[in-house]
Design a protein around this ligand. Sequence first.
Ligand code: HEC
Length: 159
Amino acid sequence: MYRIVFLLLLVFLWTGCGNGDETADPNGAGATDGSADLTDFELEHGIGPVTERLNLGEVDLEKAQRGADFYDSRCASCHRMENRFVGPPLGNATENRSHEFLINFILNPEEMTNRHPVGQALLQDYLTIMPYQNVTKEQAVEIVDFLRYYADTGEDLRN
Ligand code: HEC
């Protein structure tokens, strides 16, 4: 009898600890949708590695050209400039969102889709989570330069 009580106690403690660990994990997967705890910066400029304004300055044509080539190989399969496709059109992205927002989205699409209200709304509309495309921050800036050049001039550097 004693042993059974002892065993039950062990099981109880063991499962108790398990639960304790789960709730203590601050990054617990799928804990909440969490959009309520975004900072003002995150709401306006996105969640990701960019945490302050970048002030990109004038478009650098060389960077924009590199961005165009990269975009063609990694993004064009889902995005068109002017029309809805697998994902939203990006021809006017730099007019609708800040540069920081776009870079954070490109570098951190899953969290942007799960936790940011804009990403959540896009997911509702497009029903696909954009997969991270193995992009460096430098490459993300170049893509944004490509999109800025397109918005400024109407010229698609991939042509
Ligand atoms: C497999 C398809 C797919 C690929 C590849 C893809 N995207 Fe997306 N993208 C989506 C979808 C779907 C959404 C909208 C839903 C969401 O939020 O995930 C989206 C959303 C975005 C947004 C947010 C647009 C807005 O209105 O704020 C940006 C910016 C973006 N993508 C840029 C890129 C860039 C740049 C690349 C290439 C590095 C890329 N995407 C590659 C599918 C894709």
